[in-house]
Design a binder for this molecule. Sequence first.
Ligand code: C2O
Ligand code: CU
Length: 484
Amino acid sequence: MKKWIVLLLTVMVVSACSNEPKEEGDTSITELTGSNERKNAKEFTISAAEKEWEISSGQVIEAWTYNGTVPGEEIRVQEGDHLKVKLENHLSEPVTIHWHGMVLPNPMDGVAGVTQNSVQPGESFVYQFQAKEAGTYWYHSHQQSSKQVDKGLYGALIVEDPEKTYDSDRVLIFDEWALNGSSSNGMMGGMMDGSMNDGDMDTHMSYNTLSINGKAGNAITPIEVEQNELVRLRLINAGYAKRTLAFNGQEYRVVANDGNEVKNGEKTDQLLEIAPGERIDVEFEAGNPSWIIEEAVEENSLSIPVFASGSSTRDQHARQAQSTLLSYTEYGEMNALFEREVTPDLEYDMDLGVSMGMMQGGMKFTINDETFPETENIKVSEGDMVKVNLTNDSMLDHPMHLHGHHFQVISKNGQVLENPLVKDLINVKPGESYEIIFKADNPGHWLLHCHDLVHANNGMVTVVKYNDVYSPFELEGKFDNQPE
Ligand code: C2O
Ligand code: CU
């Protein structure tokens, strides 16, 4: 009997110790300030539940939803507002909400096993934070995200700038689905004939149906515009695959990149690429006649009709070939976070790789040949300027996303950028390298990972850990915490 107790106690002590402070005086992330209750907070309740969702006429999927729809209910607030969001879990599996792109206190970041325990079935969790910066953000589960986001657990979070008004302000969230009985051979066809060998054909070959705001094909809601009105489109990619959009001759400007304002961008009708997890805002002045925004990769059929009022050409969408891609590193002006020549306190090299491995799908997605949680952490002290050198020697795109901070892209392929580019996600394509720099000004444990969530789930994740801050949460364990 005694032996049993001793054994039990030992097990308990050992497992309890795994995330305890290393030194006296270390701070638990749960004590990090800023998440306190506010009066006048805007309150929302987001309930996660299963729902039959009609993605196109007659085609119903078993979706997982936030407040019953795909995407989940849009949360729209004004810059400076405080939010109080209660997540209620009515699913049979644990979930969380991560506020993608928001700079907020670490305990509100929603990463299971890192910043909180996953929210168990029947339980709830309250997220409180201030929407400090206007922009386009989104929210999604960060518990088994490769599965849960795929099933529909995502939505838009829009923080409006009170000084900017648009006649029309719309959100388009892109995603893709693997539906049975769909006639399209989609990406598979592209793969067979090699036409999609552009770094983006790996984990989504069976994803044959593209959706916008949870609807596919003819069920996609057209954009109705009045002539001469100024329209802002907030484009969010919630899927695994990058989207390449053709505007068919309609000129537009990019006005924000990952929520950050882009000024003085040239009018263009170039192809617009949006990587998984990325947000790009564009504006255009509605003219006449009607036209369509469509996916430029031929195998992927997706089109959004834009109907101009008074136009008589409702079904005559002019197509206009355009083959050059807009380059974000050479477009418009953004407010720099730092001088280009700033000297980093710390530097990390991250080689992004793909190899055959024992993990599901047979592929491993690695950072310096390691998979999470064995990847090396980025250890920083508050105030450090941290430079990360991202290199992709693999054949696939890796849209790398940093939580809780903005970074500035300093160089691409060794070439220093003329204009500052400020983001929280950079799509590193095969053969490319980027140097990014951020200031460690938001203590906690923050993920840096590939937003092709299948890659993340198969290893491509690391954590930026502030020295002297520890997480009391653990991966797996009794809450089954699985961030990816
Ligand atoms: Cu959309 Cu870890 O993020
Ligand atoms: Cu990747």
